[in-house]
Design a protein around this ligand. Structure first.
Ligand code: AMP
Length: 416
């Protein structure tokens, strides 16, 4: 497989798929530039080699229609500032051939939002899935998606995918376009390489003991990951809202706590599987129960299966925090997805904080720690600990699918 480090972009034009789906305020100003900064090493390497750069991305969900609210023109100046070079703008991503052809080494062209074209996502528009003509419309869309991808590919000599956040989507710019470049001229960008390596470390290149911490609100949304991890981990901590589905499944009283009553069998099944596989399943024993879903609620510490009527468990209790810490601090591989409580409320962060602190300690002692998939990232950011873990993933859904063991189309398109 070609790598970005081995490739010399001198005199070449590179088209790079980045994830510049950044949040904007009501005046179109970028409020968080993390994603732009994330792509800079790749973009700068191409320019430093003496290549010309064509940058493409989606922004928001314009659903295949031009919508100025989602125009990437709004971020052109921020990209220019971060890159330190002027950025030209192509107001129609599918009609940028002339601008691309005129690019000289060191010059940068930013294409308008790919999702202004339905071909990017490849979903037929204006036709219901139930409609008998849908299958035909889908075929037609597939053909025009290929044409669209071919047009984008025609702008450049090389293709780089650095958009991990959309790697789980088989879109024109994330996967189909790769068909129009030979193996030597397509590669992952630096950010993608880092993400792929991080996932590799927790799925295949495991140093033991391996502790995975799965939290968040529901067991149903995490089941694919839990099942895939069950064959790999030594310790599996299940925390957050799913605690109460397990407590209820074991015959406990959970009051008003979040609980999936239709998943009680699933919870018991997970417990049995863990036992059969010799996995140390760590569930909370006590919790911080609250008399309302608010930061200022009255609280009491109670067993997870003995929550008084009208109360709900919103965070891990003190005994539980010790259990979690003990299962994490000596681990050599750690994966954390999902908070241990309603961390958005400052009074219910203790469980997540204990996890984060134990991960930091283990990391200082040589563990590889990956934090990712939505809210646990917000958690480590809130605690100011993001730079004290080995890797914080930028990809929510993509990371979750990767650790479920699914092959990501964006990566497959390049790796084969
Ligand atoms: P998820 O998107 O499934 O990872 O869930 C993250 C959300 O789970 C966060 O917004 C947390 O506030 C929420 N959460 C964690 N613990 C609890 C709990 N005990 N009760 C209700 N929500 C929770």
């Amino acid at each position: 497989m070609q790598t970005i480090d081995n490739y010399n972009f001198a005199g070449k034009k590179a088209i790079v798929r980045v994830d510049f789906n950044v949040p904007l305020d009501e005046n179109g100003k970028v409020t968080d530039d993390t994603r732009i900064r994330g792509a800079l090493p790749t973009l700068k390497k191409i320019l430093a080699d003496g290549g010309a750069l064509i940058i493409m991305s989606h922004m928001g969900k314009p659903k295949g229609k031009v919508n100025p609210k989602f125009s990437l023109g709004q971020i052109k100046d921020v990209v220019a500032e971060k890159l330190g070079v002027a950025v030209q703008f192509a107001p129609d991503c599918a009609k940028a051939a002339e601008q691309a052809a005129a690019l000289k080494p060191g010059e940068v062209l930013l294409l308008e939002n790919l999702r202004f074209y339905p071909e990017e996502e490849g979903k037929p528009v204006g036709i219901d899935k139930e409609d008998p003509a849908y299958a035909e419309a889908k075929e037609a869309m597939k053909a025009s998606q290929k044409e669209f991808s071919k047009t984008l590919a025609s702008y450049a000599d090389a293709y780089v995918n650095d958009a991990f956040g959309t790697a789980h989507r088989k879109h024109a710019s994330t996967a189909v376009i790769a068909d129009y470049f030979d193996a030597d001229n397509k590669m992952l960008g630096y950010l993608m390489e880092k993400e792929v390596n991080a996932v590799e470390n927790v799925l295949n290149n495991i140093k033991r003991p391996f502790t995975a911490i799965m939290g968040g609100s529901k067991v149903s949304t995490k089941i694919g990951i839990i099942e895939n991890l069950m064959d790999k981990v030594d310790n599996l901590i299940l925390c957050g809202g799913m605690t109460y589905t397990f407590a209820k499944a074991m015959g406990g009283e959970v009051g008003l706590s979040i609980c999936e009553t239709d998943k009680l069998d699933l919870a018991l099944n997970i417990m049995e599987k863990a036992k059969a596989k010799g996995v140390n399943l760590v569930l909370g024993t006590d919790c911080v129960a609250a008399d309302s879903f608010s930061n200022d609620a009255n609280t009491q510490i109670v067993p997870v299966g003995a929550i008084p009527e009208g109360w709900e468990g919103l965070d891990a209790g003190p005994d539980t925090r010790v259990l979690f810490t003990n299962a994490i601090k000596d681990a050599k591989t750690i994966l954390w997805n999902g908070p241990a409580g309603v961390f958005e409320f400052d009074n219910f962060t203790a469980g997540s904080r204990a996890i984060a602190d134990a991960i930091v300690e283990a990391t200082e002692n040589g563990a590889f720690s990956l934090v990712g998939g939505g809210d646990s990232v917000a958690c480590v950011n809130k605690f100011g600990l993001a730079d004290k873990v080995s890797y914080v993933s930028t990809g929510g859904g993509a990371l979750l699918e990767a650790i479920e063991g699914k092959v990501l189309p964006g990566i497959k398109a390049i790796k084969g």
